[in-house]
Unconditional design. Structure first.
Length: 132
């Protein structure tokens, strides 16, 4: 197991990057209509604000810049999204189509506590700050 454990920080970085990009795509779909063929939502609406958080927060998490703050905000947004849009349709996420919101919420909560990890702009910023 110790051989696999040494790769854990890099697998975590891949998780952070993939989750951030997937989240950003949700935001770009809301704000730009891409990917997909749905028209963009009104920017000055609840969905518009959600799209901004998803696009900007997802990119920040993927690049590992201000990771903890972006992940905290994204986790909170997904908790609100679950309870506002899904929970009223039933208790189980599988039955109320809330699985993605729950997964994003808890993965972002984990990222908030774990931090940016390797392959992140945060680690470069901290390395450059300590080298001064």
């Amino acid at each position: 197991m110790s051989t696999l454990s040494r790769y854990a920080p890099y697998i975590y970085a891949l998780l952070r990057i993939v989750v951030g990009l997937l989240f950003a795509f949700h935001g770009s779909q809301k704000l730009l209509g891409f990917p997909g063929d749905q028209p963009p939502v009104e920017l000055a609406s609840l969905m518009g604000v959600a799209g901004i958080v998803e696009l900007v927060g997802g990119v920040l998490v993927a690049f590992g810049l201000f990771t903890r703050a972006a992940a905290f905000l994204a986790s909170g947004q997904m908790a609100v999204a679950y309870f506002k849009a899904h929970a009223s349709q039933g208790a189980l996420p599988l039955l109320n189509q809330g699985e993605a919101a729950v997964l994003f919420c808890f993965v972002f909560l984990y990222i908030f506590f774990q931090g940016s990890g390797p392959w992140s702009l945060d680690s470069l910023r901290h390395r450059n700050a300590s080298a001064r």
